[in-house]
Structures are given as structure tokens and as C-alpha cells.
Design a protein around this ligand. Structure first.
Ligand code: PA5
Length: 440
């Protein structure tokens, strides 16, 4: 079956033909194919709904219900505030900031951190015109609970306790979790969080409800996501885009390229990087069965700004990085034109007559070429601005690549066993808050 794709995936600069001996070959990739056989079976189970997974969200998520709820929110409130952290906010925020309307019916603000100097903004919220979405799969996350519990008295004061439930929706899974218990006691509606880890949950109510309220074409996102799911079910490692790119990144990591630099040449794609960083870091940073510490470190370089900050390191620093460019080819046709007026000045001559967009894409091409000439691996994922379909494809591609790399590394991409210790310590330190004084 032919798949419509609006996401362009250019991996040529990962290969020997383009970057020389430090590159890889199709034969190297093909040699990994048998190691993905178990995953091939797993993928079939996921797409045929035998097991709940991020891969069947594009076909199982109840879009009709999400839209109904979103329309109700948009017609009753001027603003929506989302409390949630990690996978409970990054996906929704990516969709809203990347694809949302500039002037949505209902503006959406996300609060994940508990920096008190930022949260002071909440003091000026008019709760009579505001909907609060509190999202936490476990329902026990300290940051999200604290945010909610500290605004609750303000809401009660402004609205009266009995009207608070009309202004709050909770998304959670764990019926024993504190959030569920609070919702029960305060008579707040609970929407069920799917049985999928936060960082893989963007294509469920977790990401799609805030996105819809923020004006995102969620049908388009899901259509693109379904197309990429189909592409990722192909058995042939050279034809399956996630197998191919995942295997290529794994091979480079075995050559010591363990830093994954994502370099968006589009300001609004920076939120894709925020989401991706969590996905890649929390899924791959693990100890494998032999006790080896595994993982690839995601970092961001922002095109073009970081050409004047990090590019020197990417070009001549340690050869331990693989760069993924996120680009928007349509920028070539955007932006104002530099006038011809000062073209006699040598530094202005090459700019004169060109648009800002032309400069932008030329700089991307130049960065890519200079990296390749030095044998530094890089690839380009291109999508047009505000193309919901292409972003849906990109989301599934990046999720599936993560799973492929994890499979090749022999680790579980869906857990995060080590972070619990810091959560336990946080509670302990709160119990003896003065012990923190000397440390901070
Ligand atoms: O991806 C994950 O599982 C985590 O990053 C969680 O999303 C994050 O810790 C928040 O957890 P919760 O949704 O339970 O509040």
C-alpha cells in the first residue's frame, strides 16, 4: 500500500558515500535486521490492538469525545491552564505551540515547573473565565499536586467551593492516586488517562485535549500519525523509516556518537525538541542486562542562533555527536527582502535582493554541508510550518525510533526505574526542610 507522506526524511549524510569512512552503509543496517525480529512481532500485536501502546493511539483514541469536551471548554472559558509535568505536559505543549491558532478561541498556558517566581503569575488568574486541566497519570506527582493544591483555595475564594468542579478537569489513571482521591472528594470530573507512559501519551486525551482547545487540527495530526504507523509496520529494515533511522543512529552510537543534537531551523519547532528530549533521555538512559550504562544524550542547538554559539564545537569538537536538523522548506518563500540600496558595501552585497527566508535556508544548507565535509553525521527531517499531518508523522517516527534504538541496546524504553529515588528524597527533605539550607 502507498503511504502519503508529508514528512521528508533525508538520511544521506549518515552514510559513507556522503561523509566518508566515519559513515555507515546499508549493509551495516541490514546486518542488524534479525535483531529486530522480536520487535516486529511486538509491533504487530500493538497495531492489532492486542496490547495497548502508543502505536495504536492513532486508531483507538476517542477523538469525538475529545472534541466535544474541547468545544465545551472553548465555549465556556476564555483561558485554559494546564498543570502537569514531563509526559503530562510536553506533548500537549508541543502541539499547541507548534500548530495552535495564533488567536485561539481559548488560550492555553502550561505550567510544569514549580519555580515560585513563575507560579506567581497564577495569582492574577481570573478563575471565573478559566478552565484548569490537571494531568497526571500516577496522580501522585509532587509538582502537579502542589500546583493544584495551592491554587485551590484561590479558586474556592473566587468561585465558591461548590462551583470549583465546573472549572476543573482531571486526567489520571491511578484510582488510588492522590489526584483521583482529590477529584472524588471535590466532585471533579475525571477523564481516564490511557495505560500508556506519559512520554508516549501525546496522541491521547493527554496531548489532544489541550491541543484541540488551543486550535490545533487534531484530525490532521492523527491522520499523519496513522500514515507513519503503517510505514513503521514494514518488515524490511531499509523501507521501514523508524527501523532504518533507528538502526542508523544505533550504529553511530556504537562508533561513539552518543550525543543526539537536534537543531531546528524554525522557532516553532523548538517545542518538538523539548518533547523529544524527554522521550529520548528517559527512554534510553538505562542500565542493560549486562550492567552497562546505556543511553544517548539529547541536546538542542537552535538554527541559526547557535551557529554563533555551538557550531564550532559541532564541527571541530569531539566526534561524539549526530545532528538531526528539523527544517521547514517553505521558509525559503517567506520574510521581507533586503533592499538593493546598500549593495555596494561588500558584506551587504550577497544579502541584497534576498529574503530573510532565503538567508535562513541557505544557512541551514551551509551548516549541513560543512558538517558533512568534516565527516560529521547529520540528517534532515523537513516539514512545512503548521502542517498537522506532517507533525503527526514526525511524532510516531520519533517514538518508534526510540523503541528501535532501545531494542538494539537491550533496554526497556517504557520505564524510568531510577528517578524514584530522587522523589523519595524530596519528600524526606521536605520533612526536614532546614536540612536543605546549607545545600542550596
Ligand atoms: O514519561 C513519564 O512517564 C514521566 O516523565 C511522567 O510523564 C512524569 O513523571 C509525570 O508523571 P505523572 O503523569 O504521573 O504525573
Amino acid at each position: 500500500m502507498d503511504h502519503i507522506s508529508r514528512l521528508s526524511i533525508d538520511t544521506r549524510n549518515l552514510f559513507r558515500d556522503e561523509i566518508g569512512n566515519g559513515g555507515i552503509s546499508d549493509q551495516d543496517i541490514t546486518a542488524l535486521s534479525p535483531r529486530l525480529d522480536k520487535l516486529r512481532i511486538q509491533i504487530k500485536n500493538w497495531v492489532h490492538n492486542k496490547e495497548t501502546s502508543f502505536l495504536n493511539l492513532p486508531t483507538t483514541t476517542n477523538i469525538v469525545d475529545i472534541k466535544k469536551k474541547g468545544q465545551w471548554i472553548a465555549s465556556n472559558f476564555k483561558e485554559t491552564i494546564v498543570f502537569g509535568i514531563g509526559g503530562s505536559s510536553l506533548g500537549g505543549e508541543m502541539l499547541v505551540r507548534t500548530l495552535g491558532d495564533d488567536q485561539p478561541l481559548n488560550s492555553v498556558r502550561f505550567y510544569d515547573n514549580v519555580d515560585p517566581s513563575t507560579l506567581v503569575e497564577l495569582d492574577s488568574v481570573d478563575w471565573r473565565e478559566t478552565m484548569l486541566l490537571v494531568i497526571s497519570k500516577s496522580g501522585n506527582t509532587a509538582e502537579t499536586l502542589s500546583q493544584f493544591l495551592t491554587v485551590l483555595p484561590v479558586m474556592e475564594h473566587q468561585l465558591g467551593g461548590e462551583r470549583v468542579p465546573e472549572h476543573v478537569l482531571v486526567v489520571t489513571e491511578n484510582k488510588d492516586g492522590a489526584l483521583y482521591l482529590l477529584a472524588d472528594e471535590l466532585k471533579i470530573e475525571v477523564i481516564e488517562h490511557p495505560a500508556i507512559g506519559g512520554r508516549y501519551s501525546v496522541l491521547s486525551v493527554v496531548g489532544l485535549l489541550p491541543a484541540y482547545v488551543g486550535g490545533v487540527d487534531i484530525d490532521g495530526v492523527m491522520e499523519g500519525a496513522r500514515s507513519m504507523v503503517e510505514q513503521c509496520t514494514q518488515n524490511d529494515i531499509l523501507k521501514n523509516p523508524a527501523f532504518h533511522s533507528g538502526a542508523a543512529q544505533y550504529l553511530h552510537s556504537e562508533k561513539g556518537r552518543t550525543i543526539s543534537v537536534v537543531m531546528p531551523y524554525a522557532d516553532n519547532l523548538r517545542f518538538v525538541v523539548n518533547w523529544f528530549r524527554q522521550l529520548w533521555a528517559e527512554s534510553l538512559g538505562k542500565v542493560d542486562a549486562s550492567g552497562r550504562n546505556r543511553g544517548l544524550t539529547p541536546t538542542e542547538a537552535h538554527g541559526v542562533t547557535d551557529q554563533h554559539s555551538q557550531l564550532q564545537l559541532l564541527l571541530e569538537g569531539p566526534d561524539d555527536k549526530l545532528v538531526t536538523f528539523l527544517s521547514d522548506p517553505s521558509f525559503r518563500f517567506q520574510g521581507r527582502r533586503v533592499p538593493m540600496r546598500f549593495q555596494n558595501i561588500p558584506a551587504i552585497k550577497p544579502l541584497a535582493g534576498h529574503t530573510i527566508g532565503e538567508l535562513f535556508v541557505s544557512e541551514l544548507k551551509a551548516t549541513r554541508t560543512t558538517l558533512s565535509r568534516r565527516g560529521r553525521p547529520n540528517r534532515t527531517l523537513a516539514l512545512t510550518e503548521r502542517d498537522a499531518y506532517a507533525l503527526g508523522e514526525l511524532i510516531i517516527l520519533l517514538e518508534m525510533e526510540t523503541v528501535v534504538v532501545a531494542e538494539l541496546m537491550g533496554i526497556n524504553p517504557f520505564d524510568q526505574p531510577a528517578v524514584e529515588e530522587s522523589k523519595v528524597l524530596t519528600r524526606q527533605y521536605l520533612g526536614d526542610i532546614r536540612s536543605v539550607d546549607g545545600l542550596i
